[in-house]
Design a binder for this molecule. Structure first.
Ligand code: FAD
Length: 384
């Protein structure tokens, strides 16, 4: 038998997708093969828990881990900015270094495009970053009366459930402080319904969750500008004592500048194998644009980045060891929607359903809240 030559897998990005890929590869490949992970920031932070930072249920250090901890498992960690990707040679430029792999996994996520809406970053608060969630926690703790406007600042953003979860958790916090009757909470979404990709039943169920808590909801309201105390939606404006937003997103610059990018800047990987047009190069997670049968993109969600990471890690392992990999990514996934007071709803199903995704929303219950906590703990304790 011909011995297997030592190979190098380079993973670009140390978020959910990159860390899951590197861990799985390291567990499956023997130590002759190198697994190298590159990330801009030295720390991994778990974004799904930022909303708990917003409500004060988590401190930043509880959801942050140094990526260098992966080195204990035999994963090489390079901290630096990827400025160039050459998919033909599978080479990344990171500062003065170049890193070439026999296999390359691109998991650089999505960049924020907050400046697309004038005044949004200056006059609004976001829970979509860790520092943003910390600042918003302070604002929420202070507010005693007035009007909170929660917006999605574009139809395309990370985690379709998060803005609705944010509104529900804000409502619950205000109730717990006894000030809810003096603070109006409204949601204005750029998209035509909550989580429209999940289908009309899920949209209706989320709207009901909002209505049950006296949260006024209006869809199809694209924010166009923000000023102190005022939010503009084209020709109309609303008062806002506190503006809370989920930012628009765009493809990371290093990808948009590379041959991997389609015209829209994202990587249009194969929906099942996550392979790109370049041999040995895969793309997973938020930097990947997968258009579903209904014409809408697969949501940017950690649950999909995680599942895709496993598919790609197994494919690469199969290529290296000669053992065939099990099936590809099948579009199944679910997400929790915290509703406050230790409960969450849970939406799950097949996003690759034909002719449309088949997704159902389970009513709020304690078990879904604990499901979310369990997943958080698994990521933070087992992966890093
Ligand atoms: C508030 C909030 C709540 C969420 N809740 C959920 C949830 O409950 N469930 C769910 O499934 N999803 C949730 N998501 C979405 C989820 O966090 C993302 O979909 C997921 O993190 C995507 O994983 P990824 O690996 O593709 O990208 P990321 O996790 O964003 O990782 C990308 C990494 O690449 C790095 N990077 C980017 N560019 C460069 C560069 N040029 N050089 C070097 N490094 C670079 C970044 O620093 C980052 O570490 C939530 C998101 C937010 C913001």
């Amino acid at each position: 038998m011909t011995p297997i030559a030592a190979q190098t897998v380079v993973v670009a990005g140390g978020g959910i997708g990159g860390v899951a890929t590197a861990n799985r590869l390291r567990r499956r490949l023997d130590r002759r093969h190198r697994v190298v992970l590159v990330n801009r920031d030295p720390d991994f932070t778990y974004a799904a828990s930022y909303l708990w930072v917003m409500t004060g249920s988590r401190r930043p250090e509880q959801i942050t881990r140094p990526l260098k901890r992966l080195e204990r498992r035999g994963i090489e960690v390079v901290i630096g900015e990827v400025t160039d990707i050459d998919p033909t040679s599978r080479t990344l430029t990171v500062g003065q270094r170049t890193l070439t792999g026999d296999h390359l996994v691109v998991a650089l996520g999505a960049d924020w495009a907050t400046d697309r809406v004038p005044g949004l970053g200056d006059h609004g608060h976001t829970y979509a970053t860790l520092p943003g969630a910390q600042r918003l926690a302070g604002e929420l703790a202070r507010i005693e009366s007035g009007r909170i406007v929660v917006v999605t600042a574009a139809p395309l953003y990370k985690c379709p459930a998060a803005p609705y979860e944010a509104a529900l958790l804000i409502d619950a916090e205000l109730r717990a402080r006894g000030v809810r009757d003096r603070v109006q909470v409204v949601v204005r979404s750029a998209e035509p319904a909550p989580m429209p990709v999940a289908g009309a039943n899920v949209s209706a169920a989320v709207q009901q969750l909002l209505a049950d808590r006296d949260i006024d909801y209006q869809p199809g309201r694209q924010i166009t500008a923000a000023e102190p105390g005022t939010v503009h939606f084209g020709d109309t404006s609303e008062d806002a004592d506190l503006l809370v937003y989920m930012p628009p997103i765009c493809a990371p610059q290093a990808i948009a500048n590379s041959a991997l990018a389609a015209d829209d800047g994202w990587i249009h990987a194969d929906p099942t194998t996550l392979a790109t047009d370049f041999e040995g190069v895969y793309a997973i997670g938020d930097n990947t644009h997968i258009v579903l049968g209904i014409g809408k993109p697969l949501p940017r969600a950690g649950v999909f980045a995680h599942a895709q990471a496993h598919v790609v890690a197994d494919t690469i392992t199969g290529d290296i060891t000669g053992k065939p990999a099990p099936g590809g990514f099948d579009g199944h996934g679910g997400c929790f929607i915290e509703t406050g007071a230790g409960r969450a709803a849970y939406g799950s199903g097949n996003f690759y359903g034909d002719p449309a995704p088949t997704v159902a929303l389970h009513s709020p219950a304690r078990r879904w809240h604990w499901g979310k906590v369990t997943f958080e703990q698994r990521v933070i304790r087992r992966w890093l």
